[in-house]
Design a protein around this ligand. Sequence first.
Ligand code: C2O
Ligand code: CU
Ligand code: CU
Length: 502
Amino acid sequence: MDRRTFCASMGTWLGTGALFSAPDGLRAIAALAPQVPGRFQLRRIPDVAGGRLTLTARPTLADVGLGMVDAFTLNGSLPSPTIRLREGQSARIDLINELPEPTILHWHGLAVPEAADGHPRLAIPPAATYRYEFAVDQRPGTYWYHPHTHMLTAAQTYRGMGGFLIVESDEEAPLDLPSGQHEIPLLLQDKRLSSTPSLEYPRMGMGRDMMLGYLGNTAFANGVANPTLAVERTRYRLRLLNGSTARIFDLALSNGEPLVLIGTDGGLLEAPTPLERITLAPAERVDVLADFSTSAPGERILLRSVPFEIPGMMMGMDGMGMGRGMRGRMGRGGGVAPVLPQGAAIDLLEVVVMDTEAATAPPLPSRLTTIPPVDVSAGARRRSFRFDSMMMRHTINGRSFALDRVDERVPLGETEVWTFSNASGLPHPVHVHGGQFQVLSRTGGRARRMPWETGLKDTVLVLPGESVDVAVRFVFPGLFLMHCHNLEHEDGAMMSNFEVVD
Ligand code: C2O
Ligand code: CU
Ligand code: CU
């Protein structure tokens, strides 16, 4: 590497506010990724395909770039393998628990029978096995899976369990979307690192972390800190998943080029939509195209979360002035980057354009798919859910989650309108099990449905003062969950059981 490149990238690195613990890390960094100081090669997540799978949960020593950490993995991989299933296929997945604690997995976004949904009451003890069987009766799209263990969802997810579940279908073939090396699932997360990298997750006490969620100081993608990715000069399909416990991202490219949104939680949109910024709350996914064909060889482009403010954010909970109080876990003063407040700028991925021939991408099809129209009859049943965070309690309609209490009984196959309203000073990404919903409208706050909330969704961000109406419909009877996907809020009992009744 010549001196100029080195200085330029040091500039980038220093200019971004030292996202990681520099003093201890610097030498190792230079040795591991000499071409880009301070950054580590993005990892390609291994794929597993076919309907018969075994996933073994176990403690694993894993490399996060800055060093080795004790992680919880599935099949030894950090992040967990990308499961690729075909629409219409039947899946049989065996979970083997080699962890020292109970666990259970949930297929986030999929409509599956009750017994396959990973409700926390189904958690298995150490050394036990759980068999999931379901039909992949699902639109092609970017789904995911993660632990759903009672009061341990945040810890097990933070420590490394969780990955993509991608449903594929021939329906997408004629669209000629980027595939193979040009299709990249990107699991975006933040972690709180100290000068000794570790994925340990503290017991949540009554404090800021319990209220705000466990915010980090370091960007992770696909299980490595501060990643970099070399790209060819062509169009890429990025499947972005926010797998953070609490961090909200407001995504943008540093070169000012748009991210072309083609899909959301439940698959493709009807038409591609170029966007300068996309807000992605925990558990949400977006499928975007990024075109590097006009970028110059050697150009460095950052996929970043740009700074944002949350109007109505609880006083003193916006992270202002917390820099000194909230440090990495060791907090010995030297070298530990402060925890980044919600809304702070974070560089998530550095893209380095390689010196390849520019492959001008074919024009995008103007129509990608057809979204089933929402059919909300005038007499549709309405339910409302109020999300509150007060006195260290996170509640829905004033109640904390109870494993066996049924809060709502919902008729099978009927379309209902559910209103999620945020009466608190904290953001709540609300998620419903049992399939996909459609966002109808938002009042208060941003007061509209955002472009990344079209299509089919299973998680919707509800900011302070907002009310969001969604149309839901369930196709399997049984007990399912609705909850905040800020995992500290979820484990803090901001969750509710509903029973779908035939
Ligand atoms: Cu992604 Cu109930 O969870
Ligand atoms: Cu879910
Ligand atoms: Cu919440």
